[in-house]
Write a protein that binds this ligand. Structure first.
Ligand code: ZN
Length: 150
């Protein structure tokens, strides 16, 4: 199984978010596509990773998208339907940080998917893709109401 290491940033106000150390866990093509997405758009780009490691983009409807993202509610449903109609599954959620910060923002932490979904959490910068895990997550979360039938 994966091991976790502490992220190299001040965790004093976000003590349960840790950088996940999961070597070779994503195909190079997926990693490269995510980095390219971070390079191509000055706005944050977000979406899902499927069990086939396909990337399904979801429209970012945040009014200040350069340093924030909100998955557009309608496009989010469209993306989930697309994935599940194809009998694939979501294994992770990602967004880009075009400015290059590898760290989850406070809003990222507030909107963290419910851990019961089992989704991996990826942040792509123009140069790297980082995976984080949120341990002992509080019960509330912006995406906590989502239920996926599989
Ligand atoms: Zn972020």
């Amino acid at each position: 199984m994966s091991t976790e290491i502490r992220a190299d940033f001040d965790v004093s106000n976000k003590p349960h978010v840790m950088l996940a150390d999961v070597p070779d866990a994503l195909p190079v093509s997926t990693v490269n596509s995510l980095k390219l997405a971070a390079r191509k758009s000055s706005s944050e780009v977000c979406g899902f990773i499927t069990n086939r490691y396909d990337i399904v983009y979801v429209k970012n409807s945040h009014p200040e998208p350069d340093a924030n993202f909100i998955m557009d509610a309608i496009d989010y449903k469209r993306a989930i339907e697309q994935i599940y109609v194809g009998e694939d599954k979501i294994i992770g959620v990602f967004h880009t940080h075009p400015g290059g910060s590898p760290h989850p923002s406070m809003n990222d932490i507030k909107g963290w998917p419910n851990e019961q979904l089992g989704w991996r959490y990826l942040i792509a910068t123009p140069d790297e893709v980082y995976e984080y895990q949120y341990k002992n997550q509080p019960a509330q979360g912006a995406m906590s109401g989502i239920r996926i039938n599989d």
